[in-house]
Design a protein around this ligand. Sequence first.
Ligand code: NAP
Length: 177
Amino acid sequence: MGTKELEVSSLSSTRSSSSPCLSTIKWWSEDTIAVVTGANKGIGFAIVKQLAELGLTVILTSRDVSRGQQAVHSLRAQGLDVLFCQLDISDPASIDIFVSWLKEEFGGLDILVNNAAVSFNRIGENSVEHAETVIKTNFYGPKLLTEALLPLFRRSASISRILNVSSRLGLLNVSDG
Ligand SMILES: NC(=O)c1ccc[n+]([C@@H]2O[C@H](COP(=O)([O-])OP(=O)(O)OC[C@H]3O[C@@H](n4cnc5c(N)ncnc54)[C@H](OP(=O)(O)O)[C@@H]3O)[C@@H](O)[C@H]2O)c1
């Protein structure tokens, strides 16, 4: 298998052999628009980088303008042309502004990566001190953003997708045994 095929496979699903997602045919292009939340660092930043390397149009979003712009500059320095827009997923007003901006600039989107999240506990800790912020950000944030963006999705069976980055701790059926 060549490098290109490996890259394509890494974006594939293993659900069904008849699924267009499983095809090794390149299903995206520079017209494919992907939005990634909480992308100024960590996993979100890595997802933006990889999508940009594959040639999609990627919008890096960050709640903090300067941290987001810094991330964009570092990618541009590597020859990757990503776009930036401020987006705080815990703030409905920020979601409204982002959705209007996206509609105005692109008319729609194809891929949403709900990555942004907060965590105030170390492994093994289970404090509820910041529970309100966690629920507002990690539950209502992606919910409100997804609901606001659904009408803008350019619905395509082979391209449209929403990826929710989560944690094993978010599973209801995890057992310690
Ligand atoms: N790393 C792991 O081991 C691990 C394990 C399980 C699940 N995950 C999941 O993977 C995802 C990314 O994790 P990570 O390790 O890359 O975390 P991270 O390095 O802490 O990055 C989280 C990102 O989310 C942003 N963010 C937080 N609140 C936000 C808000 N209200 N609006 C917009 N952006 C916001 C942060 O922005 P600031 O820089 O401004 O804080 C940051 O860019 C999360 O969904 C997390 O639950 C990670």
